[in-house]
Design a protein around this ligand. Structure first.
Ligand SMILES: [Zn+2]
Length: 395
């Protein structure tokens, strides 16, 4: 089966002649006017003019913001030409040409990052954006393509995203668990303290420094999310596992943006993490599915009881069966079990572990290629190789 993967590649336009620079600037500023004032008398490339109307009605942008010019996919092209001295890559931008009194296209020399050269194909290019920043022209080229993902797996890697760790991942077959990422909370706390001390020391420059710290903080967090997503995908690859993750309340998939968006403000950027993970898994040829996360943190993974408590930090205790487990590991186990379509209250059956998903079904291969339940209370808990010193055997 196939999944659509989208990569936004930032390419820089360079060595522009005065005429091209003028036409880009002109198009850019006319676009701003069109976005702010729909009735204005403007001259834009016709397809771009329609995009301006869309931006105005969909985003209703504030007057003190600038909006990137939306370039419709059928009006843009990128070409490779090694023969040209000036540039290897050329990007065609649609603009209104006042001299001709009509739409025109200009070819601009472009710099494409090496690692994304393979994406520079017309059939991949979706609607993209022209951005003007620090005197430079960039195109945020949106490249969408289909990648094949496997339908058969040998295990399930369940991911619980948390406030304490970025994520905890547990294999359903033997509950082998890894704790990923620096504690996001520690990073947040570190910057919060820094901001506080700066705010006190220098009132005047404080605001600027704090802004810079904010940027640095979000970069640090973003790096950690990328690293975590890479680790999880690598782990899944080792065992040929399908990845499932707990879907936080407030996360929904936005079809227009082709990614998960978060309507609520969380301290942990769950939606971003979900997007990174899904993207990287699909590129790896691996399915990655959201699972509803409600109750997974208060339910005992072993017996399904909700008669539990979490009085000891980071632990969960079950009053029904006596489980004493790492709380995140317990949550991830529940997510994994839910993914294979079992109600965890009912006895585990050998009915076959099938992840139901609209249009697709994933089969979990058991021994001898027969489908079987990937987990049972008797055969798990044998392996404890997780990295946390705080985790003890639950027996
Ligand atoms: Zn229990």
């Amino acid at each position: 089966m196939y999944r659509e993967v989208t990569t936004t590649v930032c390419i820089r336009l360079h060595s522009l002649t005065q005429r091209k620079e003028f036409l880009l600037s002109r198009e850019y500023s006319e676009f701003q006017t069109a976005v702010q004032d729909g009735d204005a008398d403007i001259d834009l490339y016709s397809a771009t003019s329609q995009q301006a109307d869309k931006v105005r009605s969909n985003k209703n942008p504030r007057s003190d913001t600038t909006q990137p010019v939306v370039l419709r996919n059928d009006c843009i092209t990128i070409e490779h030409d090694e023969e040209t001295f000036l540039s290897e890559w050329w990007f065609k931008v649609p603009v209104y040409d006042p001299n001709r009194g009509q739409g025109n296209s200009i070819w601009c020399p472009a710099i494409v990052p090496d690692k994304h050269e393979s994406l520079m194909k017309d059939e991949y290019i979706s609607d993209s954006e022209l951005v003007h920043e620090d005197g430079n022209w960039y195109v945020h080229l949106v490249c969408t393509r289909s990648v094949a993902v496997s339908e058969e797996y040998d295990d399930v890697l369940a991911v619980d995203m948390g406030a304490k760790w970025i994520a905890v991942s547990t294999f359903l077959s033997d509950r082998d668990t890894a704790f990923h990422g620096k504690r996001v909370r520690d990073v947040r706390e570190h910057y919060k303290q820094l901001r506080k001390s700066i705010g006190k020391a220098k009132v005047r420059q404080g605001a600027q420094v704090i802004q810079r710290l904010g940027d640095k903080e979000s970069r640090t967090v973003e790096d950690a999310l990328h690293k975590t997503a890479n680790e999880i995908v690598a782990r899944a690859r080792k065992r040929n596992a399908v990845i499932v993750f707990g879907d936080m309340t407030g996360i929904r998939f936005d079809n227009d943006k082709r990614r998960y968006v978060n309507d609520k403000t969380h301290k942990m950027p769950f939606a971003k993490m979900a997007n990174f993970l899904t993207y990287k898994a699909h590129l790896d040829g691996r399915e990655c599915l959201p699972v509803e996360e409600y109750d997974t943190s208060v339910t005992c993974w072993r017996c399904g009881s909700q008669n539990t408590n979490r009085e000891v930090q980071g632990r969960i205790k079950c009053h029904s069966c006596g489980l004493d487990d790492n709380a995140d590991k317990n949550g991830a186990s529940n997510i994994g079990q839910r993914a294979v379509g079992k109600t965890i209250q009912s006895p585990l059956s050998a009915a076959g572990a099938v992840v139901a998903q609209p249009k697709t079904q994933i089969r979990l291969k058991g021994p001898d290629d027969e489908t079987e339940s990937a987990n049972s209370p008797e055969d798990v808990g044998l392996s404890f190789s997780e990295g946390s010193p705080r985790v003890h055997s639950w027996e």
